[in-house]
Write a protein that binds this ligand. Sequence first.
Ligand code: SF4
Length: 393
Amino acid sequence: MSTIAEVPISSGQINGATGRTVVNADDFRKRYFKGTTKKQWNDWRWQLANILRSREDVEKIVKLSESEACAFETCSGLPFAVTPYYASLLTGTSSCDAVRRTVIPTHMEMIKGRGEADDPLGEDSCSPVDGLVHRYPDRVLFLVTEHCSTYCRYCTRSRKMGEIHSGNIKERWQKAIDYIKATPQVRDVLISGGDPLVLPDASIKWLLESLSAIEHVEMIRIGTKAPVVLPQRITKSLIKILKSVRPLFMSIHFTHPDELTAETVQACNMLADAGIPLGSQTVLLKGVNDSVDTLKGLYHGLLKVRVRPYYLYQCDPISGSGHFRTKVETGLNMIKGLRGHTTGYAIPNYVIDAPGGGGKIPLIPDYFQGKSEGQIMLKNYQGNTYLYPDEVL
Ligand code: SF4
């Protein structure tokens, strides 16, 4: 991290989605990254080279609570990393702030609750070759890196994040590609990690070209948080590479409406303008986004930048996640509070990724009330009951 200068932060800007005053990125840069030019700040490689990785780095920006400070001293496992850009969202926050809670560890991570596990989805047991999870018959999850620019404290793959491999990464990728080539039922490949967009353009191009050269691969998806934590990564040259592969879909990990900054909006618009279908994935987190108003704010903001809310995940029971996990009833209440109260496009699928490897199971509130004398009883979003004739001649 660069040198700090005591330049006062003069003005704030209003986040269009939440109305929250956020610090001006220029002021933040001048104060905390003295001598850094705007051009450097807007370069994703500079952002990666200046990631905040330690207690000392983060303490220059926020005052840590006892619980947060304790976590830096005692937590091992999932590394700590936040891009300078995303750190700008943390200025002036308390330890209760929604966005801050998702990236700064607390001592709660050390408490392993009942039913929690390091690999709750049993991914390691569905891995035919290193870096590939083959759970559903027609699609695979291709984990191309174990690194992210910013680590989410509730990451399902915490157990792997930050891992360094000694061998050649391309040889590892090639083994996964060879498996996909030899498995004709795989028609859909989800490239994830870690965050694939921390890789250089040349690697992304190589991966996409190698996969699209396989005849039976009909579609490719990229799972990423880059537009949210590293929006500078969405460059014209990256867009050119992404545009060369059809059909390519992108799932973007969003958590809270405070993330919809001018930079993130621009990144999403660039991707949408390139014709890449965009969907969001959000993990339901206690005290972070478990209110209908917060989710509505996020989903309305996403639709404005052409990102379709796709999945709302019940938080996976990874070790030390108890402080993040809500009851399933809370998730169902989120959907109840959205369905009928806003446009259907703003309503994601609420799912639990079944522990042990059962795959995603959708959960919907009890709109179906039962059957009686050839009629289906249904409850609408206002709680009124309706009958549908379920007999056909
Ligand atoms: S961006 Fe995804 S892979 Fe990276 S830490 Fe967050 S949840 Fe995990």
